[in-house]
Ligand binder design. Structure first.
Ligand code: IVH
Length: 674
């Protein structure tokens, strides 16, 4: 062997051993010790090196199989049709190359029809229905053999135990991703924190951990959901990926509404761009977009490599993790008094921006990370999400690190902090008498979705509080131009504008005023529901928990928060002082829903709408009184079908439902809105 070959052989052995070890920790122990980005880098290096030295590829190389062995705790399930993984790319050029290869292999110059789907960051599952009945739920395992988690899967309300509708085959093999929404994850952690239980680290870990419970009663308590994205076996009469998904949806399975069938790679590129740009608006985590050749005959022609099909690819945006050093850990006091540790970092470029602070969430998180001041840490920033510390690199720990010191008193108002037994959150109990809580409360009070007071940002709020001008939100309404003009960097004109903006905020809609109070768990949508229901602050203040739960979207947790908020004298006093200062919220208009032009009608949208995003089409229809449903039945009044419409169009024909194309739909909308 020459030297280079020997070096390569040695590196290959090292890489394989490392990947095997990380596969084991990730798949079997469910306790990874490196980030996905680091793992991918190892794997990519292995693939590249094996490509240069094909004669050094061994049968036991991680590239020759998928994932790791299943753990022994659940029964094993052989997947008759393997659960594959996906090849990935990170640039638009690579996506163009994928399309070029597909067309070359298919021997076609025509634009290829692709189905595009968000790549859900959850846990892959296989569901089998026999004679319409759920008989199996299984994990992917190594792709060939997974674990039987039927008992756990049955606890998910998003998964039907029996299929709906008709026309399903005697045996239906569905592939999908189980995940936890971000809001469910946050809610779960609020409750866990209150009950003194361990919080979940992130939604993906939450989903994975929940499905691995040996006791299905525990899984049942976890808020899990699913998006089905494929079929294991072909079904007679279904010729395309998108048609398959529409069939699944018709049978009562959950399919991602953001799925679209488009023609040609340019349309795919637009879908990818649009979907990744809107990523932070989604209530679930995605780690890319999956692009699949739609035609199932073409999929068969293209076939499968060892691990991945040639007819699909995952587009993943570039790395969002970077290594840097923690210089200090500070503690910040939020609007609700929660004291949050924040890591001060050596500035580092990650996810497209320079980051110098990262949240550490709570004390448990510091413990989980094993973080010390001075440590080398991996930082992650995905989309617009707040930067996080994902891992301490212990191999790079210097000798002079120090433990994180948790303060006993509020760093702002010096009140002794509270940490109820078993809870992970430390709180300053001083409420709005703590300047930090008052400043953050004021910023929220003045924010766009609340009282919308332009010019009242962090700097001004801090000066107003520090200068003793504002001790309570209601004091804003007593500010005069001279006082405001006396603040730093505040010209006479800006001062006047601010005072005018405060005055104008007296007549905001009731929903915004409720939101502005900053009651825990009450977001804009909940505030709007409360405003519609109670129509005045006085009525809301006196509502009991039972009455509160009659409001749409308000469950027991939110009802308790609201009742507790108004049980406190200082909060009732605040509302009274606001009203006395002249705040006069406008109750929502009373709409006669039955008088709307589309009252009582059910519409369905399908295919690609080019001029109008689907979300907007839905909102406009709803404003006209229509209900917008996801599937066509005999009760549907109207189907709107853009290019690429499949199963729903068939269903519409079957049920004699009238169909509009996009142009006719736009004309109809405009006519109705006049
Ligand atoms: S298709 C033959 N579609 O990504 C292709 N996978 O690396 C099989 N995933 O383990 C996968 N969303 O759990 C497909 N819309 C989607 C997906 C998706 C998430 C996961 C899946 C799989 C992994 C592939």
């Amino acid at each position: 062997m020459n030297d280079r070959r020997e070096d390569a052989a040695a590196e290959l052995a090292r890489l394989r051993a490392a990947i095997e070890e990380h596969d084991y920790r990730y798949h079997v122990l469910d306790a990874p010790t490196i980030s996905d980005a680091e793992y991918d880098a190892l794997f990519d290096r292995l693939v590249a090196l094996e490509e240069t030295h094909p004669d050094l590829v061994t049968a036991d190389s991680p590239t020759q199989r998928v994932g790791a062995r299943p753990s022994r705790r659940f029964d094993e399930v052989r997947h008759a049709v393997p659960m594959l993984s996906l090849g990935k790319c990170t640039t638009t050029e690579e996506l163009d190359d994928f399309d070029a290869t597909v067309r070359r292999l298919l021997g076609s110059d025509d634009a290829v029809a692709y189905t595009c789907e968000p790549k859900i960051d959850g846990v892959a599952v296989r569901l089998v229905y026999e004679d319409g009945e759920l008989v199996l739920g299984a994990t992917r395992g190594d792709g060939e053999t997974g674990e039987d988690i039927t008992a756990n899967v049955r606890t998910l309300r998003a998964i039907p135990l029996r299929l709906r509708g008709e026309g399903w085959p005697a045996r239906l093999d569905v592939r999908g991703e189980i995940y936890m929404t971000r809001s469910d994850f946050e809610h779960y952690n609020v409750e866990a924190e209150r009950a003194g239980e361990k919080p979940l680290v992130n939604p993906r870990n939450g989903a994975a951990g929940s499905l691995r419970q040996l006791d299905p009663a525990i899984t049942a308590k976890r808020p899990l959901s699913i998006f089905c994205y494929g079929l294991g076996e072909r079904i007679e009469g279904i010729d395309g990926q998108h048609a398959g998904l529409e069939a699944l949806q018709a049978w009562g399975l959950r399919v991602n509404p953001a799925t679209e069938r488009v023609r040609g790679i340019e349309a795919v590129q637009r879908y990818v761009e649009r979907t990744l740009a809107a990523r932070s608006d989604l209530d679930y985590d995605i780690d890319g977009v999956v692009v699949k050749v739609d035609d199932l005959d073409d999929q068969e022609l293209l076939g499968v490599r060892t691990r991945t099909p040639r007819w699909a690819i995952a587009f993943k945006p570039p790395a969002e993790e970077a290594l840097t050093r923690v210089r200090a850990v500070d503690f910040q006091v939020g609007r609700t008094g929660a004291v949050t540790p924040v890591a001060r970092l050596d500035p580092v470029f990650v996810g497209g921006v320079t980051v110098s602070n990262a949240t550490l969430h709570n004390l448990d998180e510091i413990e989980r990370l094993g973080l010390r001041v001075g440590d080398a840490v991996w930082i992650r920033r995905a989309g617009d999400v707040i930067p996080q510390v994902v891992r301490v690199d212990e191999d790079q720990r210097p000798d002079d690190t120090e433990p994180v010191r948790v303060p006993e008193r509020c760093p702002v108002c010096d009140t002794p902090l509270e940490r109820p037994e078993g809870e992970v959150v430390v709180r300053c109990p001083a409420k709005r008498t703590c300047p930090a809580q008052l400043v953050n409360g004021l910023i929220h009070f003045a924010s766009r979705g609340a009282m919308d007071i332009d010019g009242l940002g962090e700097k001004v709020a801090t000066q107003l509080v520090d200068g003793g001008h504002v001790e309570d939100y209601a004091d804003l309404y007593a500010l005069d131009v001279d006082t405001v003009a006396g603040l730093e960097r505040m010209a006479e004109k800006s001062a006047r504008n601010l005072v005018d903006a405060i005055e104008a905020s007296k007549h905001r809609p009731l929903a915004r005023v409720i939101f502005a109070l900053g009651i825990r768990e009450v977001g804009e949508a909940t505030a709007a529901g409360l405003a519609r229901h109670y129509r005045a602050l006085a009525a809301l203040m006196d509502a009991d928990e039972d009455s509160l739960q009659e409001v749409a979207d308000v469950g027991p947790v939110v009802a308790r928060e609201i009742a507790e908020y108004f049980a406190q004298e200082e909060n009732r006093g605040l509302v009274e002082r606001l009203l006395a200062a002249g705040v006069d919220p406008e109750p929502p208009p009373e709409v006669d829903l039955d008088a709307l032009p589309l009252a009582g009608q059910t519409w369905v949208l399908t295919g690609t709408l080019e001029a109008l995003p689907r979300k907007e089409a839905k909102a406009r229809l709803e404003a006209l009184g229509a209900k917008v449903a996801g599937s066509v039945s005999k009760k549907t009044d109207q189907l709107v079908a853009g290019p690429g419409a499949g199963q729903k169009l068939e269903d519409a024909k079957k049920h004699d439902v009238p169909v509009l194309d996009e142009e006719a739909f736009l004309a109809r909308l405009e006519e109705l809105e006049r």
